[in-house]
Design a protein around this ligand. Structure first.
Ligand SMILES: N[C@@H](CCC(=O)N[C@@H](CS)C(=O)NCC(=O)O)C(=O)O
Length: 216
């Protein structure tokens, strides 16, 4: 078994993705907690771990890996079973597109480093967050429905009958959406995925509120 260390924060959605992927593959890790609200990610000490000052970072046998989707792909290549990507290239491309809607179309816009540029005004920050999360989830739902029609798949997961990287990335985004009071009722595919995954043991174990560094 490799020696794994994860730099993580309970409410970091990118860390949450990697916690899910590790749990899905049955891999255990030692956590290192980095408090985002206290700005620990911006200190020089952490920037030697990730020069962007972002979580997560996964250390495998002493080697540091950053960027959650690159980490998930690495885990998939090192530990192919159970798989997080389908076998067919066309299906893999679709799963990766669903991942990227969240990874590049939503999450960067909700990041603390972006919100801090908007200013201290809480209402302004909330309005920004709700706008971009809603925009991204609306696109995600439309794309997933199109894929379901093209492939004849009926779920219950984000892409078809098995859990994939698309679920691992969407689940943390839903946590954030709920946290900011976004109405998920217009998204039947997303809600179906949520229902199918919420009680899976590795999903529950990765949940922000279940982390030892969670604040009540
Ligand atoms: N694309 C990066 C995004 C990482 C990222 O933005 N992490 C957030 C937490 S979810 C962070 O560390 N933010 C620190 C900040 O905004 O200061 C990834 O997927 O790993």
């Amino acid at each position: 078994m490799p020696n794994l260390t994860l730099y993580t924060y309970w409410r970091s959605s990118a860390s949450h993705r990697v916690r899910i992927a590790l749990g899905y593959k049955g891999l255990t890790y030692d956590p290192v907690y980095v408090n985002l609200l206290e700005g620990e990610q911006r200190k020089d000490e952490y920037k030697q771990t990730n020069p962007m000052g972002h979580l997560p970072c996964l250390v495998i046998d002493g080697v540091k890996y950053v960027e959650s989707t690159a980490i998930i792909e690495l885990l998939e290549e090192l530990y192919p079973e159970p798989a997080l990507l389908p076998k067919k290239p066309e299906d893999r491309a679709r799963v990766r597109a669903l991942v990227q809607i969240v990874n590049s179309g939503i999450q960067p816009l909700q990041n603390l480093v972006v919100l801090d540029r908007i200013g201290e005004d809480k209402e302004k920050r909330l309005d920004w967050l709700r706008h971009f999360i809603t925009r991204g989830l609306t696109a995600w739902e439309a794309l997933a429905s199109r894929y379901a029609e093209e492939t004849g798949q009926k779920g219950p997961f984000a892409y078809g009958a098995t859990f994939t990287a698309a679920d691992a990335v969407l689940i943390p985004q839903l946590y954030t959406a709920r946290r900011f009071g976004i109405d998920l009722s217009p998204y039947p595919t997303i809600l179906r995925m949520d229902e199918a995954t919420k009680d899976l043991p590795f999903v529950k174990a990765a949940y922000p509120d279940a982390q030892p560094d969670a604040k009540p």
